[in-house]
Design a protein around this ligand. Structure first.
Ligand code: FES
Length: 624
C-alpha cells in the first residue's frame, strides 16, 4: 500500500548567491521566506511587510514581476537590472538571485543543536519624537504614529484597546514615546525611551511539565527559567485522559483551559520575580506544545483529535492576544502558538525540528522524541517525513512492576558487571524503582550479558549457571510463577527489593517496538538504510536521558555507530526560544507543515509485519 501523505504542491528550486545555498520551495513562496528557510540572512527591519525597502536582491536567472512595493522603493534602473524586494517577490520558476552583503553585522546567538540564530524578534521597540499637532497639522494620533513608524520602515495596525490609550499616552509624554510593535500590531505606546526593556517568554507546554524561559529580546540572553508540573495532571497523566475529561461536559474543557493558563501564569510570576523584569515589559510569549495541549490552552474542544480521522479544529500557527486566553503579560501582549504537522506531530515537534534544523540540513538525520507517544522525523532539505507512534506509558515507568517517574530514588542507569549490578539512582538515594532510562538500560544489560535471549525471554538461573558467575545467576528468580531479575535486594534498598520481571520486558518491547516500527516505516518511505543515517537525535525529557548504546542494543533506534547517536535535550524548548528571538525562524516554523510530509501509521497494511519484525532485539554482533 502506498504511504498516506498530505499532498504537497510542486516545488521550485532557488539558489542564493554568493554562498550558492539552494532550496526547493512551493511555488508562490517569497524569496525572503525561501532565504529564511535556508538560513540565508537578508536585510530587513519590517519583517517582510514591504515597508522598509531593505530586502533588495538581484534576480540573476528566472523572473518575478514588479510589485507596487518595488515601484515605491526601487529606481527604474534598479528594476531593469533585476533588483526586487525579496519579501514581495514570489518564486514561480527556477531562480538564481544575488543577495547583497548585510549593511550591519547582525547579532546572533547559538541555540538548539548548534544553530546560529539571527536575533531579530517579532517584537520591535521604536523610539519616536513626534511632531505635536497644530492647526496646520491636524493628523489623528493614529495617523501621526503610523506615518512616523513608516518612515522608520515599520507598518502598523492598532485595535480599539490601543486606540483608546493613544490620546493620554502621547500627550502625557509630550509626544516623546516608544512604540511597541508585535509584527505590525501596535501593542503599546510608552512614555520616553524604553527601548532597552524588551522581554518575552518561550514556553515548552508539555503534558507533564511546563518550562518557561524569560528572555531579553534585545540581546537574546536568558534572564530566568522555571519548570513546573502542568496543573492539568490532576485530570490524568496523558493527552487521552485529558481529552476524556473534556468529553460531554463544557466545564471539563473550561477547567483544563484554566489550569493551563494558571500554570503558565504561575511561571510568569516566578520568572518576573526572579529576574526583576515587570510583567508589563513582557510583550510576547511563544508556546510549543502538542496539539491537544494547544487546543486545551485555547479552550477548543480537542475530542476530534482523539478519534479517527484525527482532524483537529486548528493546526496552523496562531497569533492571539494573551488576555484572550487568560495569560498575564502586558495587557495587549501577544501569544504565538507553533503550528502542527499532524494530529500527533504537534508544535513541540515543529519547534524541535526548528532547533535541530533536520528538514533544512543537507545530511540525512533521524529525530526521535521518546515519550508516551514517539514522534519521529527523518530527512533533510530535499525531503522530510514525520510520524507519531503510540508507545504507551512504559517509558514513563507506568505499567512496569517496579516502575516510577524520574524522581528521587529512581534507578536511571544500570550496569551489570561480571558478578554484580551497579545502580545509578536520582539524587544518589537508595533505589526505589525504575524510571524510563533505567528500564532501557536494564533490558540492554540483561541481553548483553546473556541473561535474556533475542526474543526477550529471560533465561532461568539453571540455564545460565556456568556461563555467568553464580552471584549473577542467583539474581534470576521466580516471583509468583513469573521469571524476574533482582536489581536490588531488600538489604540494599532498606525496604522492598526492586525486581524486574518478564512481564516488564514485554511492556518495554511493545513500547520500543511501536517507535522502532514508526522509524522503520519512515526509512522505508524514504528508501534509506541505517548506514545512510548521518545522525540519530534523541529529544525530549526522556530521550535525553537514555543511554545511546542501550537504545541501539534494544533496537529502539537503528543500528548505527555509537558516535552517531546524540541526545539533544529539550529541543521543543529550544525551538520556542528561537521562535521568540527570530521572526525569520518563526517563518521557517510556519513553513514546516507544508515542507514535512506526515505519514499516518494507522491503517497501513505493512505495519503489523514491521511491528512483529522489530519486537525482538537485534543480534549484538550486528551493531557497528
Ligand atoms: S523586508 Fe521587504 S520591505 Fe522590509
Amino acid at each position: 500500500m502506498e504511504p498516506t501523505t498530505i499532498p504537497k504542491t510542486e516545488k521550485v528550486k532557488v539558489t542564493f548567491l554568493p554562498k550558492e545555498t539552494t532550496t526547493r520551495v512551493p511555488a508562490g513562496t517569497t524569496l525572503f521566506h525561501a532565504a529564511a528557510w535556508t538560513g540565508q540572512p537578508i536585510e530587513s527591519t519590517c519583517g517582510g511587510r514591504g515597508t522598509c525597502g531593505k530586502c533588495r536582491v538581484q534576480v540573476i536567472e528566472g523572473s518575478t514581476p514588479i510589485t507596487p512595493a518595488d515601484l515605491q522603493h526601487l529606481s527604474q534602473e534598479d528594476l531593469t537590472t533585476g533588483w526586487r524586494l525579496s519579501c514581495q517577490a514570489e518564486v514561480r520558476d527556477e531562480m538564481v538571485v544575488q543577495v547583497p552583503r548585510l549593511l550591519t553585522t547582525p547579532k546572533t546567538a547559538m541555540f538548539g543543536v548548534g544553530r546560529q540564530v539571527l536575533l531579530d524578534p517579532n517584537v520591535h521597540k521604536v523610539r519616536l519624537k513626534l511632531e505635536e499637532p497644530t492647526l496646520h497639522d491636524q493628523r489623528s494620533d493614529f495617523q501621526r504614529l503610523k506615518d512616523a513608524l513608516l518612515e522608520e520602515g515599520f507598518a502598523m495596525s492598532a485595535d480599539l484597546a490601543v486606540l483608546r490609550s493613544l490620546p493620554t499616552a502621547l500627550r502625557g509624554a509630550e509626544f516623546d514615546v516608544t512604540a511597541v510593535l508585535s509584527g505590525e500590531t501596535l501593542v503599546a505606546v510608552e512614555p520616553g525611551d524604553t527601548t532597552g526593556e524588551c522581554y518575552g517568554i518561550a514556553f515548552d507546554l508539555g503534558t507533564t511539565t511546563i518550562v518557561g524561559t524569560l528572555m531579553d529580546l534585545n540581546n537574546g540572553e536568558t534572564r530566568a527559567v522555571i519548570s513546573t508540573l502542568n496543573a492539568q495532571a490532576i485530570h490524568g497523566g496523558d493527552v487521552l485522559s485529558r481529552i476524556s475529561h473534556t468529553m460531554g461536559k463544557k466545564e471539563g474543557l473550561e477547567e483544563l483551559q484554566h489550569l493551563a493558563a494558571f500554570t503558565i501564569n504561575g511561571i510568569i510570576e516566578r520568572v518576573t520575580a526572579e529576574s526583576g523584569v515587570p510583567a508589563s515589559r513582557l510583550y510576547e510569549i511563544t508556546v510549543a506544545g502538542n496539539l491537544t495541549m494547544i487546543h486545551l490552552l485555547m479552550g477548543i474542544d480537542p475530542e476530534p483529535i482523539s478519534v479517527t480521522p484525527f482532524a483537529a479544529a486548528a493546526a496552523h500557527g496562531i497569533d492571539l492576544k494573551a488576555r484572550e486566553i487568560g495569560i498575564s503579560i502586558h495587557p495587549e501582549g501577544r501569544v504565538y502558538l507553533f503550528p502542527a504537522i499532524g494530529a500527533y506531530v504537534g508544535g513541540d515537534i515543529v519547534a524541535g525540528l526548528l532547533a535541530t534544523a533536520v528538514p533544512r540540513g543537507d545530511k540525512l538525520r533521524l529525530f526521535v522524541d521518546v515519550g508516551t507517544n514517539g514522534e519521529i522525523a527523518l530527512g533533510h532539505e530535499q525531503r522530510t517525513v514525520a510520524t507519531a507512534a503510540p508507545a504507551g506509558p512504559a517509558f514513563e515507568g507506568a505499567e512496569i512492576s517496579c516502575g516510577m517517574r524520574a524522581t528521587t530514588g529512581a534507578i536511571e542507569g544500570v550496569q551489570i558487571t561480571d558478578d554484580t549490578v551497579v545502580l545509578q539512582t536520582i539524587d544518589d538515594a537508595p533505589p526505589v524503582g525504575l524510571c524510563g532510562s533505567g528500564l532501557v538500560d536494564v533490558v540492554a544489560q540483561l541481553y548483553r550479558r546473556g541473561l535474556m535471549d533475542p526474543t526477550g525471554r529471560m533465561r532461568s538461573a539453571d540455564e545460565v549457571r556456568g556461563l555467568v558467575p553464580d552471584a549473577l545467576a542467583s539474581r534470576l528468580v521466580n516471583v509468583e510463577g513469573v521469571r524476574a531479575f533482582v536489581l536490588a535486594t531488600a538489604d540494599e534498598t532498606g525496604g522492598r527489593p526492586v525486581v524486574f520481571t518478564q512481564k516488564d520486558v514485554r511492556q518495554l518491547q511493545f513500547a520500543k517496538g511501536s517507535i522502532a516500527s514508526g522509524i522503520k516505516v519512515l526509512m522505508n518511505v524514504m528508501g534509506v538504510k541505517p548506514e545512510d543515517l548521518h545522525e540519530v537525535l534523541l529529544a525530549g525529557a526522556f530521550g535525553s536521558y537514555i543511554h545511546p548504546d542501550a537504545a541501539r542494543i534494544i533496537g529502539l533506534v537503528p543500528a548505527v555507530a555509537l558516535d552517531r547517536i546524540r541526545a539533544v535535550g529539550n529541543a521543543a524548548g529550544e525551538g520556542a526560544k528561537i521562535g521568540l528571538l527570530s521572526y525569520r525562524e518563526r517563518e521557517a516554523a510556519e513553513a514546516m507543515p507544508a515542507r514535512v510530509e506526515y505519514i499516518e501509521l494507522s491503517g497501513r497494511e505493512d505495519f503489523n509485519d514491521i511491528f512483529m519484525g522489530v519486537l525482538g532485539f537485534p543480534p549484538l554482533d550486528s551493531l557497528p
